[in-house]
Design a protein around this ligand. Sequence first.
Ligand SMILES: NC(=O)c1ccc[n+]([C@@H]2O[C@H](COP(=O)([O-])OP(=O)(O)OC[C@H]3O[C@@H](n4cnc5c(N)ncnc54)[C@H](OP(=O)(O)O)[C@@H]3O)[C@@H](O)[C@H]2O)c1
Length: 348
Amino acid sequence: MANESNVAALLTGQNEPLVVQGVAYPSVGEDELVVRNHAIAVNPVDYAMQMLGTTLFSWLQYPYILGEDVAGEVVEVGSAVTGFKVGDRVVGHAVLGSDTSTGGAFQRYSRLLSNMVSSIPDSLAYEDAAVIPLGLSTAASGLFQKDYLGLQYPSISPQPTGKTLLIWGGSTSVGSNAIQLAVAAGYDVITTASPRNFEYVKGLGATQAFDYQSPTIGADLLEAFKGKRCAGGLAIAGVVPQARTEAAEACLEVIAKSEGDKFVALAMPLPPQLPDGVGAKFIFASGLKDSEVSHVIYGDYLPKALAAGKFTPAPKAEVVGQGFEAIQGALDALKQGVSAKKLVVTLP
Ligand SMILES: NC(=O)c1ccc[n+]([C@@H]2O[C@H](COP(=O)([O-])OP(=O)(O)OC[C@H]3O[C@@H](n4cnc5c(N)ncnc54)[C@H](OP(=O)(O)O)[C@@H]3O)[C@@H](O)[C@H]2O)c1
């Protein structure tokens, strides 16, 4: 495979549009797979990195290959990898980091850590599978890592815990994965979304949904948690800084005043002040690669749950283009905002 030609949609500088050009074929590490990508999804962090460059992502070096969500076919297997073979259909998270600048998703062949990859059933199309990885990793990091919420692990036969979790932002990509993981781990889920998405989040397993824009959202959630044992909160919101801070503060306030575990895992930066007695920590999804939770989720739970039809790739994929030239348009479209959907590009 080493002479196989590779091509990428490359980021060559801050605020530069992606450029499609030939790049080196990645050499597989002992714990890695090389995957030929058939579909990729785009995420807010991709356009944030494009716009903000080293101002926010100090380790970024140009040219850089963006993208974290891939679905495709295994073409090479590292010497220490077990459980995968050439030809397997997989979905994987191309993690961020200074040592992985050649590992991004927006190329024909990506180098992926095997503990961040799952097999997918033949019945699942690549474009549908591609919606999963970053949302799943972010949700799993906050829900299951011991230094976050440390919840019971998910299973395809969940054991009820009798506890209820607050997921703020259930219709986001991260929230859609989090609801399903938390329910599979035996927790009831109360969530927030726009009313148009209430049926969507309930379809994923939430028991109750509340409008995060309602002026009474805090009181509504406190009322909903009355008489329940709270398992803590996972806070996710859109990309507007002020709205994200307000969402984080509101979520923390509800957890502070409810009975039960006083911790919130946040997909956004921590607000300047935390309520007394509540712990909180910012999630870094790529950090999952160093956690045993990666093996639990990618190695065990997800392949089984997909095969058993007990996990739905969500939000639903909207294929917005084909080929590497379409990726910049997908990023531009995502910047305009999405609601309960994931923008996907299929690759030749
Ligand atoms: N820290 C990490 O490692 C990490 C990883 C991934 C993502 N993130 C961050 O997590 C956030 C979500 O990312 P994503 O890809 O999941 O987003 P997304 O799916 O693109 O987000 C769109 C959704 O945001 C919801 N939303 C907007 N404002 C909200 C608010 N104030 N409260 C609750 N929901 C709100 C909208 O819900 P409605 O349409 O129902 O109104 C919409 O469905 C982003 O800020 C992203 O940067 C962080």
